[in-house]
Ligand binder design. Structure first.
Ligand SMILES: *[C@@H]1O[C@H](CO)[C@@H](O)[C@H](O)[C@H]1NC(C)=O
Ligand SMILES: *[C@@H]1O[C@H](CO)[C@@H](O)[C@H](O)[C@H]1NC(C)=O
Ligand SMILES: *[C@@H]1O[C@H](CO)[C@@H](O)[C@H](O)[C@H]1NC(C)=O
Ligand SMILES: *[C@@H]1O[C@H](CO)[C@@H](O)[C@H](O)[C@H]1NC(C)=O
Ligand SMILES: *[C@@H]1O[C@H](CO)[C@@H](O)[C@H](O)[C@H]1NC(C)=O
Ligand SMILES: *[C@@H]1O[C@H](CO)[C@@H](O)[C@H](O)[C@H]1NC(C)=O
Ligand SMILES: *[C@@H]1O[C@H](CO)[C@@H](O)[C@H](O)[C@H]1NC(C)=O
Ligand SMILES: *[C@@H]1O[C@H](CO)[C@@H](O)[C@H](O)[C@H]1NC(C)=O
Ligand SMILES: *[C@@H]1O[C@H](CO)[C@@H](O)[C@H](O)[C@H]1NC(C)=O
Ligand SMILES: *[C@@H]1O[C@H](CO)[C@@H](O)[C@H](O)[C@H]1NC(C)=O
Length: 770
């Protein structure tokens, strides 16, 4: 069978895969070494001195000495170093040695949004949080373009006294480039360099300067200053603003250009370690490493340390969707963010015919030139009848020159093939396809418009009834208030998370499709023509869960500013229990992949709603100890738990897989009737006494009993507990989603405030294990 559809897709999310460093010349490799800091001999004035001294004792005279990379103080107690196998063996014998892990590598995951999120200047969370004033958002990413308008500091408050970060100079980066908006910028490349990356031979910068554009995009999304009149080649014109426009930013660069954009575990741990030391309030990470057990995952380890210090951590869920068990960054102590669409679409007006009887339809396009196609002949036919229309070498250049080609794809075989349009020398094309929603700026190398099949049929009828069909196209059109929105994007990674089945992931979704934000202005963003000539832009449209995580980091900054006493778990709970699950037509949020209702395994608790998250009524709070009990429940060893928590005196705890999480998941076993009783504690965070009544929405085959059904909170901060028994009859189970790999059910538990307006909703999912 021939493929007629060529679809170039480029999604941003960094999938980090595991490679072990193998050097050609010797057996020296990079390791992360966890030490028991209580074993430090008294005569060393610091842990660093102890580690350096330890390293110096490891080599015999004829050997190369170990090379120290980083000392870690917060994410773990220990260091990273390049060691030979014999040095490693000696180290493992020393008192105080806890565990050693080899280096691993991960890859990077690939404006109008504040309005879509309902943020308003005069009411709600923005003024209540004073636009994030005083908060510091740390972004671990590919660097930053400090000259971007989004990082100007006009109107910014002074740098908080507690800030200990710095702005490092380096290649094309001068420390004087930092200001009241960008208050810190550091680069971590030791691990990548040990792998053999010579940054001076790539185009990347050996400094905090962003080469890719990804880090500038995520930073400006989280906390960029408002910038008027931004656009992407005439599309999405408007004011671009970060979610927390008065928050400060600090960049921690770990992603460097290799063949893709990679990060080393040693560098990522060092970046989070410094961010904690520097004093960030929020961390945003749009990258991930392979989903291994948490003790081997630098994001999970780093986020645990951050959480213990009250730092809220938002991470992208990954772009490995749409199937089950594709979740990245699924640790329960961080907030995992999936990607949704929002109500702005970019495209073109397509007018068929002239004058009386002509009609205009909308289509998707991000062709980057200001081009007005006026009354060109519309071509619908075959140059070569043995080929499918618009397939490679199907068009005859003599027939299509100067014309717009109509490529009508059937639903089961749709797509676009701009390269054939370019090859044949047509003036442009209209593709009738279901796939318009998922096209990226990189797909628009030639003037074309993708229309949905409903409009494709209209065009076909028009051509059939017209002697000389003609078409006019106006590009650079921005459609607002598009319905239905949001939808869950197909690429967004889906739950359950493999590593921790007993927490429902993702936690939430946020805008992640065609997000406009700052970009590196010196590198091409929009390829046009068949020679891929790149146009430049200082603002770019990007799609991926990489784009959704910084939205949630920005909301985290606003919530922490409005409620400085809230823990990271409380901030996440507020976001989750107030998230919405209906779209802007009042129907359930749709999964783009299937066109039918999405489930909590796609969107977690729903789409983030910042204004409601400001005032959730009740929260499900958690302490670091709760997560440790969870690790015990997962049967992690004492050593693994010491590595994850950095608590070298940890010995044992009560195992429990039932975290005080704001969502519920029941992994089904192979029996016909199964049940589980969850225990939860709610805390009243409203200013006065309140009482709540439980309401349950349960599907066929899921029996839910809440005890008690009424909770009374005598005052602010009072707590009340309840149990929820969920009983499943397997005989009634069906696919939770048409992707058939989720067999299970889902329902919701809502606590409705009596004589009040708060509703505290949690999804309840049952699904089979992987
Ligand atoms: C950094 O910029 C300042 C002010 O523009 C200048 O005086 C200084 O020489 C620069 N430093 C470097 C290392 O380029
Ligand atoms: C570049 O990435 C490849 C894997 O994609 C890896 O094998 C290689 O070692 C990397 N090179 C450097 C210099 O990091
Ligand atoms: C990196 O590449 C540059 C330019 O080719 C070369 O001068 C330099 O010695 C290299 N550095 C290392 C550490 O290999
Ligand atoms: C368009 O056609 C209709 C009938 O076919 C006629 O009544 C109308 O006057 C025409 N309008 C123009 C602007 O020609
Ligand atoms: C039409 O396509 C067929 C199959 O690829 C090819 O063999 C044939 O040469 C083409 N004919 C013309 C006129 O291009
Ligand atoms: C932990 O180990 C116990 C005892 O072997 C076992 O019953 C339980 O299923 C294990 N838990 C998990 C999450 O694997
Ligand atoms: C472990 O050490 C920490 C301080 O490092 C201390 O607060 C804690 O009480 C200790 N726990 C135990 C069980 O000794
Ligand atoms: C599934 O089985 C394991 C051990 O076989 C048990 O520990 C666990 O509680 C069961 N889970 C459910 C939800 O029944
Ligand atoms: C579950 O129930 C179905 C019919 O209700 C039966 O065919 C099947 O054998 C049962 N499975 C188990 C594991 O009991
Ligand atoms: C709710 O309001 C009604 C009418 O004011 C009152 O009778 C009732 O006691 C209130 N219930 C609660 C739980 O406050």
């Amino acid at each position: 069978m021939e493929t007629r559809a060529h679809l170039r897709l480029f999604i941003l999310f960094i999938v980090v895969s595991t490679y072990t460093l193998v050097s050609a010349e010797d057996d020296r490799r990079t390791y992360i070494v966890h030490m028991d800091k209580s074993a430090r001999p008294g005569h060393f004035s610091s842990h660093h001195d102890w580690y350096m001294s330890t390293l110096s004792t490891l080599s015999s005279p004829e050997e190369t000495e170990p090379t120290h990379l980083y000392t870690y103080n917060h994410v773990l107690s220990g260091f990273s170093a390049v060691l030979s196998e014999s040095q490693l063996a000696k180290l493992a014998e020393l008192p105080g040695h806890l565990a050693t892990y080899p280096e691993t590598f991960g890859e990077g995951h690939t404006t109008h949004t504040p309005k879509f999120l309902g943020l308003k200047k005069k009411s709600g969370l923005w003024p209540r949080a004073n636009f994030g004033e005083g908060m510091i958002v740390g972004v671990v990413d590919s660097g930053i373009w400090p000259e971007s308008d989004s990082f100007r500091d006009r109107g910014m408050p002074p740098v908080p006294d507690r800030w200990k970060g710095t702005c490092e100079s380096g290649v094309e980066f001068n420390s004087s480039l930092c200001n009241l908006k960008l208050i810190g910028a550091r680069s971590f490349s030791q691990g990548m360099k040990r792998r053999g990356l010579n940054i001076s031979t790539t185009d990347d910068y050996d400094s905090p300067r962003d080469y890719w554009g990804h880090g500038s995009h995520t930073s400006s999304t989280a906390a960029g200053s408002p910038v008027k009149d931004t656009n992407y080649f005439g599309y999405a014109e408007g004011t671009a603003s970060g979610i927390a426009p008065l928050a400060h930013l600090a960049m921690y660069k770990v992603l460097f250009l290799n063949t893709s954009y990679d990060a080393a575990a040693t560098d990522t741990l060092a970046a989070i370690d410094r961010a904690i030391e520097d004093g960030v309030d929020i961390l945003s990470l749009s990258l991930s490493f392979t989903e291994t057990s948490f003790d081997q995952n630098p994001v999970a380890i780093g986020a645990f340390a951050a959480m213990q210090r009250g730092i809220f951590v938002a991470c992208s869920a990954g772009n490995a969707g749409p199937h089950a068990y594709t979740m990245h960054n699924g640790a329960p102590w961080l907030t995992t963010v999936g990607a949704g669409t929002f109500d702005r679409e970019l495209g073109a007006h397509v007018t068929l015919g002239i004058g009386n009887g002509s009609f205009t339809i909308p289509g998707k396009s991000i062709f980057p030139e200001n081009l007005l196609i006026s009354r060109l002949p519309l071509y619908f036919g075959h140059g070569n009848r043995s080929k499918e229309l618009c397939e490679d070498y199907s068009l005859d250049p003599k027939e299509v020159e100067g014309k717009i080609v109509f490529c009508d794809y059937s639903a089961e075989n749709d797509g676009t093939n701009p390269s054939e349009i370019i090859r044949a020398g047509a003036a442009g094309a209209i593709f009738s396809t279901e796939e318009g929603r998922i096209l990226k700026p990189e797909d628009f190398t030639t003037p074309y418009v993708a229309v949905i099949p409903k409009f494709g049929n209209k065009i076909r009828r028009y051509i059939k009834h017209s002697k000389d069909p003609v078409v006019s196209i106006k590009f650079q059109v921005t459609f607002l208030g598009v319905e239905p929105n949001p939808e869950v994007m197909w690429f967004s990674s889906r739950g359950p998370g493999r590593e921790a089945l007993w927490v429902l992931k993702p936690d939430i979704i946020a805008p992640g499709v065609d997000v406009l934000a700052a970009w590196t202005p010196n590198r091409g963003i929009a390829p046009i023509g068949d020679d891929y000539h790149f146009l430049l832009s200082d603002y770019a449209l990007q799609s991926g869960t990489s784009m959704s995580a910084p939205h949630v980091a920005g909301v985290g900054a606003l919530l922490k500013s409005a409620h400085p006493d809230w823990s990271p778990a409380a901030i996440r709970s507020a976001m989750m229990t107030t998230a919405y699950i209906l779209d802007n037509t009042g129907g359930p949020i749709i999964d783009v992949t299937t066109g039918v209702a999405a489930t909590p395994l796609d969107y977690g608790s729903g789409h983030i709603d910042p204004n409601r998250a400001m005032d959730p009524g009740l929260i499900y709070d958690m302490e670091p100890e709760d997560y440790i009990e969870f690790l015990c429940g997962m049967n992690y060893t004492t050593k693994q738990i010491r590595v994850i928590t950095g608590r070298s005196n940890f010995t044992r705890c009560t195992p429990s897989l039932d975290l005080n999480y704001p969502s519920f998941i029941l992994i089904l076993n192979n029996t016909n009737a199964t049940s589980f009783t969850f225990k939860r504690v709610l805390t009243n965070v409203a200013d006065s006494a309140s009482s709540y009544q439980a309401t349950v929405t349960s599907p066929l085959g899921m029996r839910i009993t809440v005890e008690p059904e009424k909770l009374v909170f005598p005052q602010k901060n009072s707590k009340a507990s309840f149990t929820m028994a969920v009983e499943i009859s397997l005989g009634t189970l069906e696919s939770v989603s048409p992707q058939s790999d989720y067999i299970g059910n889902y329902g919701f538990l809502s606590w409705h405030e009596i004589n009040g307006t708060h509703v505290v909703r949690s999804p309840i999912v049952s699904a089979f294990g992987p």
